[in-house]
Design a binder for this molecule. Structure first.
Ligand code: ADP
Ligand code: F6P
Length: 471
């Protein structure tokens, strides 16, 4: 078994299998914030990525991707149902996102969560060199740090949560709350997107486990676990370069023409997820059309909503409702050849996304709750001429950094409509000043800065950073 000195452990590998039209199996980058962040970072690093390849049954042997070794962990159909679709995405995901949908609690799901976390811990123990740094990602694998420490006490273990960590009032609902906290405390460093999340965690550790904790350090047995906020980011330079590529510039012009050369293009790009506020946004847009504040010939909304977690009931219900609403709005307000909303559910490559960002005069990112939201950051990075308005939910982690965006509360329909109108009607001077400030922030706080701050806190020797080329 080949071993590595840096091992990233995430539920999902950075590639998805898909069958090409000619029947061949091809691999493509899976949509989602975690993959977007880490894929860029690890490219050409002699690291191993431990994760699930997206199917069930025997784990396929995968080739290295951009120099990174892929180590697959198999999931059975039952694991998929009870771990991924169950405990991870129907218990933890809604609970951690303000319970915007009701979390479900089933003992069978918890058993699967433990079993799959154990399998990930064992797979990681197999591929980690003596003294390696292991970086465990996200809510699917909260028990892995503790389980891995029991198997391999020689490792330096980091854990990073990409999603929000909820306040005690919500987390306390979890039947197995103590075990989850103990699992995370198996790490040397527990990272969150926001300082509030670290604070919530410290409070819960004190309350549930009776262990004194500050927002920075927790003494567990004979170890100190550090905690802190490390807001994740994007490869700002790469997105800027992509957005200026001649083929992407041409593609953006063609897209605008294909959209009927409207005065305003409003764009939203989301996974089809109830946390993203898609229904609220459609309602706001529909009311603006009905009020006559927005006219079909002048403005067009492009809603990209790539299907996600398609077998989870709440996601199926959402997709049906969104599609019905898009149909209703187009039926009511569209004209022949001029739909009010262009609705796309396809995964796009990075160049197509960059062209879409280029063409969007207003980017509407209005989740009800989001750990960070990298789409908002990608849009800003793609606006190389400092034009364009970002309409951003106060409840996205990104709002703490991109405070010059047009900030809205997506639960407030009137506020959402006013925010969208303000973004549509903003003067070029105003949008330019705001965009410049946000772009300057992202140039400093990019994905490498994120890795630098997290990994230097995890591995104070600095050797890891040098190998990553992140210094
Ligand atoms: P989440 O992690 O909840 O999915 P983020 O906004 O943080 O939300 O990250 C989403 C990532 O997935 C972004 O990098 C975005 O570019 C990518 N993405 C979203 N929709 C698509 C799509 N249709 N095709 C390809 N990539 C997509
Ligand atoms: O960023 C949150 C997150 O859940 C990631 O962990 C995940 O990879 C991404 O969204 C996409 O979700 P999924 O892996 O369920 O398709």
């Amino acid at each position: 078994m080949r071993q590595s000195s840096l091992v990233v452990v995430a539920n999902r590998l950075p590639i998805d299998d898909s069958v090409a039209p000619d029947g061949a199996c091809e691999w493509r980058r899976s949509p989602g914030g975690l993959v977007s962040a880490l894929h860029t970072l690890l490219r050409h690093t002699p690291a191993t990525w431990v994760g699930w390849a997206g199917g069930t049954g025997t784990a396929p042997a995968l080739p290295d991707v951009d120099g990174v070794r892929m180590h697959t962990v198999p999931l059975s159909a039952e694991d998929l149902r009870d771990h991924y679709e169950g405990f991870a995405n129907a218990t933890l995901w809604p609970l951690y996102h303000d319970s915007v949908e009701q979390p479900e609690y089933h003992r069978r799901w918890w058993e699967a969560y433990q079993r799959v976390n154990q399998r990930f811990a064992e797979a990681t123990a197999d591929v980690a060199e003596e003294g390696a740094v292991v970086w465990v990602q996200d809510y699917h694998l909260q028990l892995v740090p503790g389980l891995l420490r029991a198997l391999r006490p020689d490792l330096r273990i980091g854990f990073f949560l990409h999603v929000p960590f909820p306040p005690p009032e919500l987390f306390m609902q979890l039947p197995r709350r103590a075990e989850l906290l103990r699992g995370m405390l198996g790490a040397d460093l527990v990272g969150f997107q926001r300082a509030q999340a670290a604070h919530n965690f410290a409070q819960l550790v004190a309350k549930v486990l009776g262990v004194p904790a500050t927002d920075r350090r927790i003494a567990v047995d004979d170890r100190v676990v550090r905690i802190g906020a490390f807001p994740v980011s994007i490869d700002t330079v790469e997105m800027g370069a992509l957005a200026t590529r001649p083929d992407v510039v041409d593609r953006a012009s063609r897209l605008r023409r294909d959209l009927g050369s409207p005065d305003h293009v409003v764009l939203s790009v989301d996974r089809m997820d109830y946390t993203k506020g898609i229904e609220q946004r459609l309602k706001a847009y529909s009311e603006l059309l009905a009020d006559g504040h927005v006219k079909v010939r002048d403005s067009v909304l492009v809603q990209v909503a790539v299907p996600s977690r398609e077998r989870v009931g709440q996601y199926q219900i959402l997709r049906d409702r969104v599609e019905r609403e898009v149909g209703r709005i187009n039926g009511e307000f569209g004209r022949v050849g001029e739909p009010a909303i262009h609705y796309l559910t396809q995964p796009f490559d990075r160049a197509e996304l960059a062209a879409l960002y280029r063409v969007a005069d207003v980017m509407a990112v209005t989740p009800l709750r989001d750990g960070m939201n990298l789409v908002a950051k990608e849009y800003v990075a793609a606006r190389v001429d400092d034009s364009g308005a970002l309409l951003l939910s106060e409840f996205a982690g990104a709002a703490a950094e991109l405070s010059e965006a047009y900030l809205v509360n997506p639960h407030d329909l009137e506020g959402l409509k006013q925010g969208l109108l303000a973004a549509l009607r903003a003067s070029p001077d105003d949008t330019r000043t705001r965009m410049r400030a946000m772009r300057a922030h992202l140039h400093e706080h990019d994905i490498r800065a994120w890795a630098r701050s997290y990994l230097s806190a995890l591995d104070d020797s600095g050797s890891l950073l040098t190998r990553l080329g992140a210094t």
